[in-house]
Structure formats: structure tokens, C-alpha cells
Design a protein around this ligand. Structure first.
Ligand SMILES: *[C@@H]1O[C@H](CO)[C@@H](O)[C@H](O)[C@H]1NC(C)=O
Ligand SMILES: *[C@@H]1O[C@H](CO)[C@@H](O)[C@H](O)[C@H]1NC(C)=O
Ligand SMILES: *[C@@H]1O[C@H](CO)[C@@H](O)[C@H](O)[C@H]1NC(C)=O
Ligand SMILES: *[C@@H]1O[C@H](CO)[C@@H](O)[C@H](O)[C@H]1NC(C)=O
Length: 959
């Protein structure tokens, strides 16, 4: 009966054709034994919840014998487990590549503790789709009984990726090939190496043996216990490693190679273990000299972390390997044996190494209970890595932590619909927010208390040395209570954290001082930079916000304390002001909480004046940056007029810190994009920025890059130069033209481009028509089907030809060639690229608009059968206008051609609506900006812009 049923099942599986060869041995019958204690069919009739999920593993004894010659390995595993509930089925994870040849099971007699008895197997089945291996026993077991399974099998050593068990090779300078084997079992690739219960919560001890060639070495998580010869094969040796502590399957790792090692000259401080941690750095022989500084760097970081966590990694040794040809995106942070890409390990930087090392404690010594708990692990480690780096080498973070992370969150969360364009980054954003929440608690609880909380996580993760996502917050709370730190309204660390982490918004705190009554009011609302979404539901979000306040009398930024919490229950709080009315206050200094702050005008004005004064630097760079950032973003969002924001930029002429300059470059970009349609104002705006950037570029950064300069300098020079070149700074344009000449003089200009990308845009913008035309010809004659030159080169050229010119003629020419001439060198996607690029500049989209109006019928006919191109050109030509004048032009076109828009008709409502909104923004802000610029530039613009090239179409003095 049963036989028939299983045959049918087999047939069905074969037909479905999804199971590869090694798996077709489904429902193997065990015919040699017939004894059974319970009818198997009865077992199957039992309700599902009584079926035990697994035999809970206690230990694995594992022997692996890989062969690099044919890319396979033989394995033997002996699993000792205990029945957690009643049952008879053992369910293991086994990858479809594993070819399980033999299984035997024996169990401890129910009445004694030392008599093992064989257990009969009713059937076993490899479900390849699910990577499962099920063994049904003929007996029914009661909870607490122990069984041992011996499984022999073969498997594949992959060479196509650095996952599971993989092999690779490198060539030495004698062109000799050296092969090596290693593992990368995270997340669930242990099942490629051995049948097991491949979930993090099932921890067990591992005793690993590796059979390897005599001339190689092997390493694993734990130290080598002993080595023995392999009977009958003098070319092989067997290494047996010490038993590991209890750990998850993904933590297991080994490597077989001919790598050599170097040791640090300093040793790790002893900790709770008897002996200090032994550190070795491994690599191919010829790479070791490149790694020479790594061991001591690792000792420095390990000592820092061991002190911070007040505990060792929990093993007696740590091997760190620079693995040639390693292709996984992340290093493999296995407990006691880490694999890095060569270049990543040899880098002198601290952050990345620290980040990976922290996993030896949080992620290896203690582990996330399930994979869903790993997110908070990542965020905590990332925070701790930044802290470690700041403490070990403050220069490395260039003062920008956490600004880079934080400001991009502010921009995203300030949108009408956050993540509407790229949903994928939402996941990353949760992680980034969690990291910033840790930073917030590090300030609000204080470093020491925060550290105690993290220590508790490691020392007291009780269940199996595993932790749940929320545990860290619970531990922080315990420490807080032990230290008698109270929070209002029964708040807990975890209840405070959740809204910060899970909402796609951040709060805005508005601070209003009433200078008559001497009161000060704090209000929270949802921070927005764009129009509010149509549904108001999410606009009522509230947070528990730590208010840290500093005033002009006591500018002490080293001991920042939470003055009070603005809780979810309070939409606002009013209290007596803390300082004289002639002195400013700063709220949320150093970006302690993830929120921008707005003040009343007087406080902004006092801040602006102070920042222009000699004491400016008593306010640290991150806070100076924040003040500038918050000011212009408030104005941008319409919370106050731009005058205040521009006043806050005045101090930049004395500013030397790149950290403070950073948000200003974003301002140039964002504000510039909005006002570029108002030609006269834009020219003044450029002139003002020119007046700030030119001295920065010439005096502070230096026009010529120096050797070994810090990366921020390179970055800043790039930003400044990019702007100055756009604005037509003569030395820059001349240099670019000089470089470009090389190409123009080339006899075979289509064989390759000798000009660096940075020079191309300035030439197309400010250079002659002839220079631009030469570029166009290079696109037209770009060799097809060549491997030397990539198509991306052509795309870049075409984009710069369209996006850079400040001269209508160039753009008209491009449109004529691509659209009217039907030049076959331009594909539909080229045409699409051209006009979507034109939307980026005012000259671009207004020329496109004129072109469309002038050639309406021709264009329409040309795109008769290509609706996406028709819709695209209409959209690109109309949607970027931002002034009333633009609105009128587009409406007029729409009215006059009403019936001729065809498929593009449906776009026009939205287009007009968007222009209307933009032009309202401009109406509100442009006059204010213009007045401010007039007042502060006086007659300077002409003088300033004499440094700049002039074209006939853009007159800096217009308007
Ligand atoms: C699995 O083992 C069987 C029996 O030894 C053999 O016939 C088959 O080729 C093996 N399959 C793989 C994928 O190694
Ligand atoms: C691969 O090589 C090993 C050792 O040389 C050998 O035992 C095994 O049978 C080989 N496997 C195959 C599939 O050829
Ligand atoms: C498994 O193998 C070990 C070592 O070879 C042996 O001592 C043990 O009895 C075996 N157990 C089973 C269930 O076959
Ligand atoms: C265990 O002991 C009980 C009572 O002494 C006995 O009835 C039973 O047969 C024993 N079971 C086995 C498997 O020896």
C-alpha cells in the first residue's frame, strides 16, 4: 500500500522535472528492517502541531574532504540531538547539491542513559525545492530522548561565487597557480556543506575535521587540536579542530590554503580569559608585505572594543584572512576566522575593520535570535564602528559623521511622498535611522550608561547567547533605571525609539522666544520641505523628543544634557526663557536628535551675527553646519523668508571647515535649480556664490591637488571647481579648452577620447560652436560594435552635449540633427535622453519649448507612431518652467493647440498644476532673494563676473 503511494509520488516528481538528478531518489525505502513500534500512517494522521519541527541538535561532528580537482567533496556528519517534543520525523536542511548516500540512526534507551540502540528508518526524502531532508523513524519518541544520526554524503565545491563551500585560485609572479578552498555560510549556506538545522536559533557545538593536502594548512573557528595521517594516502593529512562553543550553523567556517601569516608586534590585553587573544593575519605570500601594518591596527581596535565591551570575543584566537579573488560583497565575519577582500583588509582605514570586528562580539559571541533580529545588530554595529573610529582616528570621519547619513534622511523624509522614486532604500533608511537613534541615546543617557547597556546585551543575552531586536533597548532601560534616570510619562527607551525608527518622517521643532514676556515655546510638527501630502493622517505624527539646549552664556559643547523631553503628549511646551534676551540659544546642538530646528527671527539674527564674529569657532563645526543647513531648509520649505537663510551664509567667507561648507553646496544645487528660470536673479545668485567660492578655491583648497591630501579636500575642490567652471571661471575654462585641443588635433579622434570627463562640460558650455560641433561629430561617428570603447562613453558625451551649453544655438543644432534630420545615428532612446537632459537647465528646456512650438507639425508627424517620444518631448518641453511667464507660455500653447496634443493631452493638467506651484514658490521667494542679493552685492556682480566668461545669451546684469 505504502509502496504504491510512494511510487506514485516519485513519478509525479519526476514528471514535474524540477528536481535535479541527485534528488530523484525520493522516498527511499528502507527494506532491510521491518520492526516498527507505531504504524507510520497513524503518525501522518496526527494533527500537524504535534509533529515536531526538528530534532534539536546538541553537537555536530563533521568531517570534510574536498577535492579541488573535480570540484566535489565528501562529507560525514554525526549529529547528536534531543527530541524537544514527541515525534518521529527528523527534518534537516540539505542543499539539493548534497548527495546523501547513507544514513544511520541510533537512540539512547528510554530507561538508561548509556545504552544506544539502532533506530529504524521508515523512509527518507530529499525535497530539493525546499532544500529539506526528511527522515521518518519507525518509532515514536518522547521528549528528552537523545538520538544520533550518521550521514555520509557528497557535495559540490563551487568556483563561481564566494558562497557555501567554494574554491578559487591565484597566480604568483612565476605564473604558478595556487588553489584554495574556503566557506561562507551566512545566511543559510551551511546546508550546502552538511545536512543540518540551518537556522540561527538552533545552536550546537561543532567538532570539525578537515582532510587536506600535506602541503597546505587549514584553519577554522577554533585552534587546531591535532593532526593525523590519513591511512593509505601519504599526500593527505587530517586536521582536527577543538570543539567550538555553542554556535549557529552559519558561524562555522574553514579555509584550506597555502597562505602564510604575520603576527602583530603588540599583544591584545588580557581579559576575562587566561590568555590574551592570539591574532594572525593571513594572505598569499606575495601580498604579506602590503598587509604589514594590519596586525597592529587590529590589535588597537580589538583592545578598544574589548575595553568597551568589557569582555573578550570568547575564543582564544582570531585569524583574519586577505583572500585573493574574494567576490562576496561583504567580508565574511565568522567567529574566529574572518575573510576580507585583499584591498579591503590592507586599507589603513579604521571604520570598515572596526565594523567587521564588532561582529565578533555582537553577531558572533552573541547572535541575533532570528534573521529578522539582524537589522538592529547591523545598526548598532555601525554606530559603534563610527564611535570607535572617532575615538581611534578622528580624522578618518572627516567630522562628517553623522551628517552625510542624516541630511540625506532629512531630504527624503521632507518629500511629499518619501521613497516614491526608490523604494529599495527604505530598508537602508530604517537601518540608518536605527543607528542615529543609538547615537541619540548615547548622548541623552550619556556614553557611560550607553556602554553599560551594550555590555549587558553581550554579557546577559541569556537564551543561548542570542538576542532579540528589542533586547538592546530593554538593556538600556534597565541600566537607566539602575541609575535613577527618570523619563516623563512612563516612557521607556524602547517606546521612545520605535516612532523614530519606523516612521517615514522626522519632526521639526520650532522654538519661539517671546522677548516681552521672557517665555520660550517649543512646538513639534512633522518636517516637510515640499507640499503636504493630500491625506493628512500622517501629518499628525508625534515623537518623544529630547530637548538639549545651549545658550550664548555657556557655549560648552562637551557636556550636553537633555534639558527636558518634548513628549508625544505635548504638541507644545512653554516655559521661562533660560537666558537674557540679547543672547541666542541653540537647540539640538551636534544633531543629537534626528530633527531640524526653527527659531524666531531674532534668535536667527543673533546667531547669524555671532557666526560672523571672531568667536565663531566656539560653536563646533557640526553645529555650525546644522545652523546653516536648518536655516536654508526652513526657507526652502517656506517656513520663513530667504533673507534669514542668506544672512546665515554670510559667515562662510571666513569659514574654513569643509563640514560647514558641505550643506551649502546642497543649497546651491537645490535653490539654484528652482530659481534658474528667473534669469536676472540667477545671475546674481551665481555672482554671490562666486564671491564665496572663488577665494575658497584659490586660497584654501588650492587649485592644484597636492599629494596625499585628505579626501575631503579632493572632494571639496571638485565641488567648488564644478560650480566655478559652470559659472565660467576663466582659468577653469581655459584649462578645459587646452585639454580638449588634444582631442581635436588627434588624427583618429574616434579611436579614443584623451580628455578627462571633468573638462568636457566646461568646453561644451563656454567653448566655441566649433568645439561643441566636434563633440557632436564624435557621437555621430562613434564606432559601433567595438570593445575598446564602451557605449557609456557615447552616452556621456551625448548627455553633456545636451545638458551643458549655455547657448541656445548649440541646443537648436542638436535638436535639428536628432529630431528633424532623422539622422540614423540617433536611436529612440538617444532622442529620449536628449530631451530629458534638457529639462535640467533653463536654457535647455526653454529652447526645447521654442523648438516644439516652431516645428509642432513636423515633430508630431515624426513621432506619429512613437507615442512615448511624443509624450516625452511635450512633457520635457513644458514641465520644468517655474515662473508665471512660463505658466502663461505653456497655457497659451495648450489653448492654441488644444486638440492636437493627442496622447500627451492627459499630461497637461499635472504639468500646469506643477508649474503653478513652482511659480508660487518663485513669486514668494525670488523677490526676497533678489533684494537680498542686490543689497549685499551692490555693484559688485559685474566686477566679480569679470572673472567669468560671458556669452551673448546669458547676461549677468540682466534684470
Ligand atoms: C549521487 O549518488 C548516486 C549514487 O551514488 C550517483 O549515481 C549520482 O550520480 C550522484 N549524483 C551526484 C549529483 O553526485
Ligand atoms: C573526486 O575526487 C575525489 C578524490 O580525488 C574522489 O574520491 C571522488 O570520487 C571524485 N568524484 C568524482 C565525482 O569524480
Ligand atoms: C556514527 O559514527 C561513529 C564514529 O564512526 C560511531 O561511533 C557511531 O556509533 C555511529 N553512529 C551511528 C548512529 O551509526
Ligand atoms: C523501560 O522501563 C519500563 C518500566 O520499567 C518497561 O516497561 C519498558 O519496557 C522499558 N523500555 C525499554 C525500551 O526498555
Amino acid at each position: 500500500m505504502r509502496l504504491v503511494a510512494s511510487l506514485i509520488l516519485c513519478a509525479a516528481l519526476t514528471v514535474s522535472d524540477v528536481y535535479p538528478e541527485g534528488c530523484s531518489h525520493c522516498w527511499l525505502q528502507n527494506r532491510s528492517r521491518s520492526k516498527r513500534s507505531i504504524d507510520f500512517n497513524d503518525v501522518l494522521k496526527l494533527p500537524a502541531y504535534r509533529m515536531p519541527r526538528d530534532l534539536k541538535p546538541i553537537s555536530y561532528q563533521l568531517e570534510i574532504h574536498p577535492s579541488t580537482k573535480n570540484g566535489t567533496f565528501r562529507g560525514r556528519v554525526s549529529i547528536l540531538g534531543v527530541w524537544p517534543t514527541e515525534g518521529s520525523r527528523i527534518k534537516l536542511d540539505a542543499h539539493e547539491d548534497l548527495n546523501i548516500t547513507d544514513v544511520t540512526v541510533k537512540c539512547l534507551n528510554v530507561n538508561t542513559t548509556d545504552t544506544w540502540e539502532p533506530a529504524d528508518i521508515a523512509r527518507r526524502q530529499h525535497n530539493c525545492q525546499k532544500s529539506e531532508y526528511n527522515i521518518d523513524l519507525e518509532q515514536w519518541f518522547v521528549p528528552g530522548r537523545k538520538c544520533q544520526l550518521n550521514i555520509t554524503y557528497t557535495g559540490n565545491v563551487t568556483s563561481s561565487e564566494s558562497a557555501g563551500i567554494f574554491m578559487n585560485s591565484y597566480l604568483d609572479t612565476q605564473a604558478q597557480e595556487h588553489t584554495f578552498i574556503a566557506t561562507h555560510l551566512r545566511l543559510n549556506n551551511a546546508r550546502r556543506l552538511f545536512p543540518c538545522i540551518d537556522e540561527p536559533e538552533y545552536k550546537a557545538m561543532f567538532e570539525l575535521s578537515i582532510i587536506r593536502p600535506v602541503k597546505m594548512i587549514s584553519r577554522s573557528n577554533t585552534p587546531l587540536n591535532y593532526t593525523v595521517e590519513v591511512p593509505n594516502d601519504p599526500t593527505l593529512m587530517k586536521d582536527v579542530f577543538e570543539k567550538t562553543p555553542e554556535m549557529s550553523t552559519y558561524q562555522l567556517a574553514f579555509m584550506i590554503s597555502d597562505f602564510e601569516s604575520i603576527s602583530p608586534t603588540r599583544s591584545v590585553n588580557p581579559s576575562e580569559t587566561r590568555k590574551p587573544l592570539e591574532i594572525k593575519v593571513w594572505g598569499r605570500r606575495e601580498y604579506l608585505s602590503t598587509l604589514s601594518k594590519v596586525p597592529n591596527k587590529i590589535v588597537t581596535i580589538v583592545n578598544y572594543l574589548q575595553h568597551y565591551f568589557n569582555i573578550s570575543i570568547g575564543l582564544s584566537k582570531l585569524d583574519i584572512v586577505a583572500m585573493p579573488m574574494y567576490t562576496a560583497t561583504k567580508p565574511s565575519d565568522n567567529w574566529g576566522l574572518m575573510f576580507f577582500r585583499e584591498g579591503e583588509l590592507s586599507s589603513p582605514l579604521v571604520w570598515n575593520t572596526a565594523y567587521e570586528l564588532i561582529y565578533q562580539w555582537i553577531g558572533q559571541r552573541v547572535t541575533p535570535f532570528r534573521w529578522s533580529d539582524a537589522q538592529v545588530n547591523k545598526a548598532l554595529n555601525s554606530f559603534l564602528a563610527s564611535k570607535t573610529t572617532v575615538d581611534i582616528d578622528p580624522n578618518e570621519m572627516e567630522g562628517k559623521w553623522p551628517m552625510t547619513l542624516l541630511y540625506s534622511l532629512y531630504y527624503e523624509f521632507g518629500k511629499t511622498f518619501p521613497f516614491s522614486r526608490v523604494a529599495g532604500i527604505r530598508h537602508e533608511a530604517v537601518s540608518a535611522k536605527t543607528e542615529l537613534v543609538f547615537r541619540m541615546f548615547n548622548y541623552t543617557l550619556g556614553e557611560e550608561m550607553f556602554r553599560k547597556g551594550v555590555q549587558r546585551l553581550i554579557h546577559e543575552s541569556s537564551k543561548n547567547r542570542s538576542f532579540y531586536a528589542n533586547d538592546i533597548f530593554a538593556h538600556l532601560d534597565t541600566v537607566r533605571i539602575q541609575n535613577n534616570v527618570t523619563l516623563p510619562d512612563d516612557l521607556t527607551i524602547s517606546s521612545i525609539a520605535a516612532p523614530w525608527i519606523f516612521r517615514d518622517r522626522v519632526p521639526l521643532v520650532t522654538v519661539t522666544r517671546d522677548y516681552e514676556t521672557g517665555n520660550i515655546t517649543f512646538t513639534q510638527s512633522v518636517y516637510l520641505r515640499e507640499a503636504a501630502p493630500p491625506s493628512n493622517e500622517k501629518m499628525s505624527y508625534q515623537w518623544d523628543i529630547p530637548i538639549v539646549m545651549i545658550n550664548q552664556d555657556k557655549l560648552n559643547f562637551t557636556e550636553l544634557k537633555t534639558n527636558f523631553w518634548l513628549t508625544k503628549a505635548d504638541s507644545h511646551i512653554t516655559m521661562k526663557d533660560t537666558v537674557d534676551k540679547n543672547k541666542f540659544i541653540i537647540v539640538n546642538p551636534e544633531e543629537i536628535g534626528m530633527f531640524p530646528v526653527n527659531y524666531d527671527m531674532c534668535n536667527w539674527q543673533m546667531l547669524s551675527e555671532f557666526l560672523q564674529g571672531p568667536q565663531r569657532e566656539t560653536i563646533p563645526v557640526l553645529t555650525r553646519a546644522k545652523l546653516l543647513h536648518d536655516a536654508w531648509n526652513m526657507a526652502y520649505a517656506g517656513n520663513f523668508c530667504f533673507e534669514v537663510a542668506f544672512n546665515m551664509t554670510l559667515f562662510l567667507k571666513n569659514e574654513t571647515s569643509h563640514v560647514v561648507w558641505e550643506p551649502f553646496f546642497t543649497m546651491i544645487d537645490h535653490v539654484g535649480r528652482r530659481i534658474q528660470g528667473s534669469e536676472g536673479v540667477y545671475a546674481k545668485f551665481e555672482a554671490y556664490i562666486f564671491s564665496l567660492l572663488q577665494p575658497l578655491y584659490k586660497n584654501q583648497l588650492g587649485e592644484i591637488p597636492q599629494q596625499n591630501e585628505p579626501s575631503w579636500k579632493v572632494h571639496m575642490r571638485g565641488l567648488a571647481k564644478n560650480f566655478l567652471c559652470r559659472a565660467g571661471y576663466v582659468p577653469c575654462v581655459n584649462e578645459a579648452e587646452e585639454q580638449y585641443k588634444k582631442w581635436m588635433k588627434d588624427d583618429e579622434p574616434d579611436e579614443g577620447n584623451p580628455v578627462a570627463n571633468e573638462f568636457i562640460c566646461p568646453v561644451f558650455r563656454w567653448g566655441t560652436m566649433e568645439e561643441w560641433e566636434f563633440g557632436l561629430q564624435r557621437v555621430i561617428n562613434f564606432p559601433q560594435k567595438t570593445i575598446e570603447r564602451k557605449q557609456s562613453e557615447r552616452t556621456y558625451l551625448l548627455k553633456t552635449l545636451a545638458g551643458c551649453p549655455a547657448d541656445k544655438k548649440k541646443i537648436e543644432r542638436l535638436l535639428n540633427v536628432t529630431i528633424l534630420d532623422k539622422n540614423s545615428n540617433f536611436s529612440d532612446s538617444d532622442i529620449h535622453l536628449v530631451y530629458s537632459t534638457l529639462t535640467g537647465s533653463a536654457t535647455g528646456y526653454s529652447t526645447l519649448f521654442d523648438f516644439l512650438v516652431d516645428h509642432w507639425d513636423t515633430v508630431k508627424q515624426r513621432f506619429e507612431n512613437k507615442k512615448h517620444l511624443w509624450n516625452g518631448i511635450v512633457n520635457s518641453a513644458t514641465s520644468s518652467f517655474s515662473t508665471q511667464e512660463g505658466f502663461d507660455m505653456v497655457s497659451e500653447l495648450y489653448a492654441s493647440k488644444q486638440r492636437e496634443f493627442d496622447t500627451a493631452d492627459s499630461l497637461m493638467d499635472k504639468v500646469l498644476q506643477d508649474i503653478d506651484q513652482e511659480s508660487k514658490w518663485n513669486e514668494r521667494n525670488v523677490p526676497v532673494i533678489e533684494n537680498w542679493l542686490k543689497k549685499h552685492l551692490g555693484n559688485k556682480p559685474s566686477e566679480l563676473l569679470s572673472y567669468a566668461r560671458q556669452t551673448t545669451t546669458v547676461s549677468p546684469m540682466a534684470g
